[in-house]
Design a protein around this ligand. Structure first.
Ligand code: ADP
Ligand code: MG
Length: 405
């Protein structure tokens, strides 16, 4: 009997919780709403550039820049989607493969994705890119596009992570390929999307000038813009009256404080809703947003620490174990940890760099403290809860013993 009640209780809770959110998918990162307020100019400029397709001509290459969460991916997906639909209506052939270079995190994977999306893999079942050099694999794809006289608008999202990892050779091949393509009646245009504003500096000048025939910069949203974006999203996502306006405003304010990041704002909304559901609340309130902020921060730190290199992990652990937290002491503790784990310590210079990187990521903070007449020294401390550090390190076998004490 008790078991039955428990079961009913679980279902009741789930049913009640579900009632808060009516379209869960609209709170995910990949969701693109029908309307993108505050991005008219950016969408129109891109549509204008791509519209040359309807005259049978090759659109200029485009580079889109902007901080994360400024709507770059959403704008490109929307414009590309409409273009494909209109082109189909008009009987014009155009292929628009959209690759995410961060998800397909090697040059081979990116080439493989392109082969998938352009149909090469269906045609030629035996493309084993792993046996080919990068140049050969690229040629294979380009030859196929040429033979088919394809009209290709290749979108490479998070293009900065491709260049960071693999350099710009692949981009060079694709930008150069166009001459050959055009000779046969096809073309290839590139749309690159970058979160980093300094991305262009890393490119070979030839690739740079070719890729950036046109450029658009996406500015961060203001708090008021975020508020309106969230209100619209909330109407799609939540049941009537299931979220307080104050909660929406707080999400907007928190995401706006960082850098006008709509992704962050929507993440807050989703996690706040999950937390409200879990406690069977009638409504998503401000306190759920605050709790969501804590949870996201904790989860992010956990992931960063978990995915860090072994030496970075040693550095983090050394900071938690050192008493005064000055640079010299942290290095000593770090070296001792390395020796206990039979690892050669890195140089002090390198460790200082690692500390600076962790500072950037918000995992540690370094304050300069006055030592009175002894001058000033750095005080390094870990800003995330010790428990988060321990949980994140526990999965790594080399830390089992070190964590025991
Ligand atoms: P970026 O690619 O610049 O990092 P995204 O395009 O992925 O940013 O946008 C992040 C999230 O915010 C997505 O869920 C997207 O749907 C939403 N979003 C961004 N801009 C807008 C907008 N102007 N209106 C509505 N939703 C938006
Ligand atoms: Mg994006």
């Amino acid at each position: 009997m008790i078991a039955d009640n428990n079961i009913d209780d679980i279902f009741d809770r789930a049913a009640k919780g579900r009632a808060l959110v009516r379209n869960r998918q609209s709170l995910t990162i990949d969701y693109v709403p029908d309307r993108l307020p505050f991005r008219d100019a950016e969408s129109t400029a891109l549509a204008q550039t791509l519209s040359t397709v309807f005259k049978g001509a090759r659109p200029s290459n485009v580079l889109l820049f902007g901080k994360p969460g400024t709507g770059k991916t959403a704008v490109v997906k929307t414009v590309a989607g409409r273009l494909q639909k209109k082109a189909a209506d008009a009987g014009i052939e155009v292929t628009v493969p959209i690759i995410n270079a961060k998800l397909s995190n090697s040059a081979y994977k990116i080439l493989f994705e392109i082969a998938e999306l352009t149909g090469l893999n269906r045609e030629d079942k035996k493309v084993h890119f792993t046996g080919l050099s990068m140049g050969e694999a690229t040629d294979r794809i380009l030859q196929y596009m040429q033979k088919k006289k394809m009209h290709v608008i290749l979108v490479i999202d998070e293009i900065d992570s491709l260049v960071d990892r693999n350099g710009d050779d692949v981009l060079y091949s694709f930008t150069r390929a166009n001459e050959r393509m055009m000779a046969k009646g096809g073309f290839i245009s590139l749309i690159g999307i970058s979160n980093s504003l300094t991305f262009k500096d890393k490119l070979d000048p030839r690739v740079r000038s070719s890729l950036s025939e046109e450029e658009t910069v996406f500015n961060p949203y203001t708090v008021e813009q975020l508020r309106q974006i969230l209100s619209e999203r909330a109407k799609i996502a939540f049941s009537e009256g299931a979220i307080a306006d104050a909660a929406i405003n707080l999400c907007a304010a928190m995401a706006g404080r960082e850098h006008g990041d709509a992704r962050k704002a929507i993440d807050l909304l989703r996690v706040a809703a999950e937390l409200a559901e879990r406690e069977r609340a009638q409504k998503v309130e401000e306190r759920h947003v605050r709790a969501a902020q804590d949870k996201i921060e904790k989860d992010t730190s956990h992931e960063v620490i978990r995915n860090a290199t072994t030496h970075t992990k040693f550095v983090i652990l050394a900071i938690t174990k050192s008493k005064n937290g000055n640079t010299g002491e942290v290095y000593e503790v770090y070296s001792a940890l390395c020796r206990r784990a039979d690892q050669e310590p890195l140089t002090q210079r390198r460790v200082t760099q690692i500390v600076a990187e962790l500072d950037q990521l918000g995992i540690v903070s370094t304050d300069v403290v006055s030592q009175g007449r002894y001058g000033r020294s750095q005080k390094i401390r870990v800003t995330v809860p010790l428990q988060t550090v321990k949980d994140a390190l526990r999965g790594d076998s080399s830390f089992a013993e070190l964590l025991a004490d």
